[in-house]
Design a protein around this ligand. Structure first.
Ligand code: ABU
Length: 377
């Protein structure tokens, strides 16, 4: 009896099976070359590291468990990772750092492309072993699904050569950060392949990959060689001073429709492929909150970090009233789910999940290619 377990080509076809992360044992990692950026200078998190307060872990797990319940009630099968004791140092021949982080956001670690799941080549030293939390699941999929392709991108060494020395100078103004984003000047070098899975937007035959703090050009070249029959696009959002992950910036809701963070608009010349192929890009609604929750690395734009269940149904964080309303106006049935207590552990509803199975096949959503596409790698 053949069992097909893994299949997903985009973020909008009917979701049938998903991984939802866990917050257990999560730590705030010590500063390291790739991460010091995300802690604002005046934040109480500055210089702080170690296990997250237990009551916050418990609250996050309550909301993660509730998400599982909502999904299960709608017929979506849910698997969970096995958290490690994250409060252990990571020591390799090339570096040492004081602790690991979490397995709350599987979206950063696992990238599903068709019947393949790739363990990403992540740039944070504290996330070096994170994939181990998902190994029991991937091992089971491998045993049960004869078509499942289990892959790992080349393991990065994350030596000092992988980062620009002194990139994070505390005196850098916000304006200077924006100049750097526009110039595609990021903390990582091109020494080795580096990417977080959450920087990859999957739209059938096309992968749109954000070039930013967590993903470099070499990764895009790797994708191009790995998938010669797919089209790889490099996108960049100059309005984002901290470009980490595409899923609070540029989010597809269904074929032909994307919501784009209005502070991080896709530049005109990079929009051509969408325009020529009849896609509509609309500004996402404003977040309902002016600040992220305490001890959170992510921005208030987790408001748009939604989980699409099918072309007409989307889960949105319950307090994000403007985003809920916009989804409704865009013709989506909206399921509000409280999730802010989980944000600090690695992000929103999309971050906290990773696709295992969506119905559908690899479609060409961008058949018109008779123009100069500046995004094409
Ligand atoms: N993991 C998504 C975070 C993006 C943001 O902070 O806006």
């Amino acid at each position: 009896m053949m069992t097909k377990i893994v299949n997903s080509w985009n973020d909008f076809d009917p979701l049938k099976h998903v991984i939802v992360g866990r917050a257990d044992h999560s730590c705030i990692p010590p500063e390291e070359p790739a991460t010091s950026e995300k802690v604002p200078i005046d934040s109480t998190m500055r210089g702080m590291w170690g296990p997250r307060p237990l009551e916050t872990v418990e609250k996050a797990n309550i909301q993660l468990d509730n998400l599982v319940k909502v999904l299960t009630e709608r017929g979506v099968k849910v698997d969970r990772p096995e958290p490690l004791q994250w409060n252990q140092p990571v020591i390799t021949p090339d570096f040492r750092t004081g602790s690991m982080m979490t397995c709350m956001p599987p979206r950063d670690t696992l990238l599903t492309i068709g019947s393949e799941i790739i363990e990403a080549a992540m740039s944070f030293r504290c996330r070096f072993w994170e994939y181990l939390a998902f190994r029991p699941l991937l091992s089971r999929y491998f045993n049960e699904d004869p078509e499942f392709l289990w892959s790992q991108a080349p393991r990065p060494r994350l030596s000092d050569k992988s980062y620009k020395h002194n990139y994070y100078d505390e005196r850098i103004s916000l304006e200077e950060r924006l100049v750097r984003t526009a110039n595609k000047d990021f903390v990582t070098t091109e020494e080795e392949i580096l990417f977080d899975a959450a920087d990859v937007m999957r739209v059938g035959k096309d992968l749109f990959i954000q070039h930013g703090l967590t993903t470099n050009r070499k990764a895009m070249e790797w994708f191009k060689r790995k998938y010669p029959d797919m089209r790889i696009h490099a996108v960049n959002f100059p309005g984002d001073p901290y470009p980490i992950h595409i899923d609070a910036t540029f989010v597809p809701l269904r074929p032909g429709l994307i919501i784009n963070n209005p502070h991080r608009r896709l530049p005109k010349e990079q929009r051509v492929i969408f325009e020529k192929n009849g896609w509509e890009i609309v500004d996402a609604a404003q977040p309902a909150h002016t600040e992220p929750p305490p001890l959170c690395y992510s921005s208030v734009w987790l408001s748009m970090n939604c989980l699409v269940l099918d072309h007409k149904t989307v889960i949105v964080e319950a307090s994000e009233v403007h985003q809920l309303e916009q989804m409704d106006k865009l013709g989506m049935n909206v399921i509000p789910v409280a999730f802010r207590d989980a944000y600090a552990f690695g992000g929103g509803l999309h971050c906290a999940t990773a696709d295992v199975y969506r119905e559908g096949t690899c479609q060409d959503y961008f058949p018109k290619q008779d123009f100069d596409d500046v995004t094409r790698v």
